[in-house]
Design a protein. Structure first.
Length: 256
């Protein structure tokens, strides 16, 4: 199994264990959240070459709504991030994106930070890993108007069909997380049939979003098996077949 989006170090920080996941997963992406987390993540995972590193600043890096960072601070943090991305030769830019649910910083600062990283993905020829919460229209606009590398992932998919179609025509993959297993999220399961099977990816977003039946626990990457199980049931395909399909999608995505 692959896990296309996990935060291994944060799993440890939240009191979870990662050893079983490191042993059992075939490949995974360890996702960046802040401008400064790469050295620690590199040290934690350097003996596990099947865990691929990403580096990025999420929308939370614009500060709090009541206390947004200055544009100068964000720019200098972006420069730190760029240096680390080059120093550690990470394969992907992310996560980055827009979040209107938690209203970090300001809308303008979030846009600035996201667009800078889209352009960075273009300049460095690295796929971009996108976080979207309740910002479908802005993400669509940016995918159509801001230069970016020709592929990437919309992670923890929760968007509408217009965003899905735009992302797919822009070369992106659609990744589903543990929240697709939640009883109340039938709308998410309903979007599955619109994803071309060769663009589908599966993730945990651990330590967040533990899937059914593990809600309330610290999520670990190995729990991705419950997400595969749910998706295989909805799509009515054999679980092993789905695992193979997603693996080959991931290999294509990474150009491996
Ligand atoms: Zn994440």
């Amino acid at each position: 199994m692959i896990d296309s989006h996990a935060h291994f170090c944060l799993v440890l920080e939240h009191g979870g264990e990662i050893k079983s996941s490191l042993e059992a997963l075939r490949l995974a992406i360890d996702i960046g959240s802040t401008h400064s987390d790469l050295p620690e993540r590199y040290n934690c995972l350097k003996d596990y070459p099947h865990i691929l590193l990403a580096g990025g600043m999420g929308p939370w890096e614009t500060g709090e709504k009541d206390n947004p960072k200055s544009i100068n601070q964000i720019t200098s943090e972006l420069n730190i991030l760029k240096d680390y991305i080059i120093k550690y030769n990470v394969k992907f830019i992310g996560e980055t994106g827009l979040d209107n649910h938690y209203e970090y910083g300001t809308v303008e600062l979030q846009e600035y930070l996201f667009r800078e990283q889209l352009e960075l993905s273009y300049k460095l020829s690295k796929p971009v890993l996108i976080h979207n919460r309740e910002a479908d229209d802005s993400i669509i606009y940016d995918l159509l108007n801001i230069k970016h590398y020709h592929t990437g992932i919309i992670h923890c998919y929760s968007g509408n069909l217009k965003l899905m179609n735009t992302a797919i025509s822009e070369g992106f993959y659609i990744s589903y997380a543990g929240n697709i297993t939640y009883k109340s999220n039938s709308y998410l399961r309903d979007t599955l049939e619109y994803v071309p099977i060769d663009r589908l990816l599966v993730e945990t977003d651990s330590p967040y979003l533990p899937p059914v039946p593990l809600r309330g626990t610290v999520n670990i990457p190995l729990n991705v098996k419950y997400v595969y199980k749910c998706i295989s049931e909805v799509l009515n395909i054999h679980e092993e077949k789905l695992i193979e399909q997603v693996h080959s999608n991931f290999m294509n995505f990474c150009n491996m």
